[in-house]
Design a protein around this ligand. Structure first.
Ligand code: HEM
Length: 443
């Protein structure tokens, strides 16, 4: 630590620092500072001191080797109004205990059971789409993954509530996106946006609490995640309290559909621009499935489908950044990082680094052949994060998304609508700003 210096970075505005530059176009700003200042960049946003880490070895030291010195960051406090102190936002012993209690619900055997709900939910969609119609495919994918996760979490109880839950969540996020990055606007100000935000949050809470109470009153499980969590006990034999259950179910509801919906949307976007890849994918699906819907057991016979998903997560990682706060002064990449500083690690830029990926901007699923990942530095590719806080749902996502790609790509092809540009909107996740309009073509 002695002798270590502070990393370089842009000077920015005397009051706002780089906040306004970053807000204007976050990903462009990121690319610029990484290009200009290197693997560790110091950035001030108002009173928040942040460091962008772009070398996999430095990322490994924060997320894995020295993870005890880093906590979840201030950037998550905004989302605590939605997610409470569930798995994603909690820290320390409270987080460890929760992780132990939730983990059994993600055992591969459970995931194999959930796979039936996944395929069941896609069937009506395949029936409904009309050849030649223009749709917002992103909205369709979000609706689909929301129905799936609702079913997996709450079983049949949810069927009549899913649409309302989705509407409230949409309003909540529209307002959340408007607020994101503007720390000057406190939530208690009665602006129209803040009022809509609070109303949507109240509705979401009420719905989740009602579903939990109904199940508690029924006093019998039915194999969904809620039953698993109602029966889970901590090491000291305690069950989750009502508010812990709410936080956990809300966290899983949000994390369980937002990211997978995005992964699918970006996959259709990439396939529409890469006909060679699409043809190869459809050939694999035809030869293995011959027109029927896939099952969990089919997945190991669909290696190209898996590589398409992997490559899509590389270019458009739905969770495009992982953020931590340093608890003590430390050294990263030879630079001094003070306690309290924010460390931001962007999958978005690391996954596109030409030091690790040839033709980094191209969509080439074949790059993952022959155990390519094993030859990469550990954190050069980390769509699900790394270390103890790695995504608890990665096995679920690696089942759900390929099953849905296989089910849909076998029957449909999508063309982008040229007059509808697809713009990136980085917020809590990496979304397309005004959706992805596509013409649906039946094969
Ligand atoms: C393509 C899909 C997904 C992606 C890209 C993704 C990405 C991530 C990432 C990067 C993290 C780590 C965040 C950090 O370290 O700060 C994370 C954590 C988490 N994810 Fe996912 N995720 C996906 C799907 C899912 C699904 C399907 C679920 C649940 C059903 C889920 C639930 C969670 C939870 C609860 C955490 C917090 C875990 C903890 O801190 O112990 N995710 N995810």
């Amino acid at each position: 630590m002695r002798g270590a210096v502070s990393p370089p970075g842009p000077k920015g505005h005397f009051l706002f620092g780089s906040l306004l530059d970053a807000k204007r176009d976050e990903l462009d700003f990121l690319a610029r500072v990484v290009r200009e200042y290197g693997d560790v960049v110091r950035i001030r946003m108002l009173n928040v001191l942040a460091f962008v880490l772009s070398h996999p070895d430095d990322i490994e030291s924060v997320l894995i080797t020295n993870h005890r010195n880093f906590a979840k960051s201030v950037f998550l406090t905004e989302s605590q109004s939605l997610l409470g102190r569930g798995l994603l936002t909690s820290d320390g012993d409270a987080w460890r205990e929760q992780r132990r209690m939730v983990q059994p619900s993600f055992h591969p055997q459970q995931v194999a059971r959930y796979s039936r709900s996944i395929v069941e939910q896609v069937e009506p969609l395949l029936e409904n789409w009309q050849d030649g119609e223009t749709r917002d495919i992103h909205q369709d994918m979000m609706d689909l993954t929301m129905k799936i996760v609702a079913r997996v979490l709450f079983g049949d109880d949810i069927a009549s509530e899913t649409a309302r839950l989705g509407d409230a969540l949409r309003v909540f996020f529209e307002q959340f996106d408007e607020r994101f990055g503007f720390y000057l606007l406190p939530q208690w100000l009665p602006t129209p946006g803040n009022l809509r935000y609070r109303k949507a949050l109240g509705e979401l809470n009420a719905m989740i609490v009602k579903l939990i109470r109904r199940r508690q009153a029924a006093a019998q499980g039915n194999g969904d995640m809620l039953s698993g969590l109602l029966g889970a006990l901590s090491e000291s034999g305690k069950a989750l309290t009502a508010s812990e259950l709410r936080d956990q179910m809300m966290t899983l509801f949000f994390t369980g559909h937002e990211t997978t919906g995005l992964a699918l949307s970006w996959t259709w976007y990439l396939l529409a621009q890469n006909p060679r890849v699409e043809t190869k994918l459809v050939e694999e699906l035809r030869s293995v499935l011959g027109g029927r819907l896939p099952s969990y057991d089919d997945l190991r016979r669909l290696p190209y489908t898996e590589m398409v998903f992997k490559e899509s997560l590389r270019l458009y990682p739905p969770a495009y950044a992982v953020v931590r706060k340093a608890l003590d002064d430390c050294e990263v990449g030879g630079y001094r990082i003070p306690s309290g500083a924010t460390l931001a690690m962007f999958q978005w830029s690391v996954h596109r680094d030409s030091r690790f990926f040839d033709q980094p901007g191209e969509f080439i699923p074949e790059r993952w052949e022959n155990d390519f990942q094993k030859r990469l530095p550990r954190c050069a590719y980390f769509p699900f994060g790394a270390g103890p806080r790695i995504c608890i749902g990665d096995g679920f996502a690696k089942t759900e998304v390929p099953l849905l790609i296989a089910s849909i790509a076998q029957r449909f092809h999508f063309d982008l609508v040229p007059t509808h540009p697809v713009l990136l909107s980085p917020s809590l996740t990496l979304r397309p700003r005004k959706g992805i309009k596509m013409v649906v073509r039946r094969r």
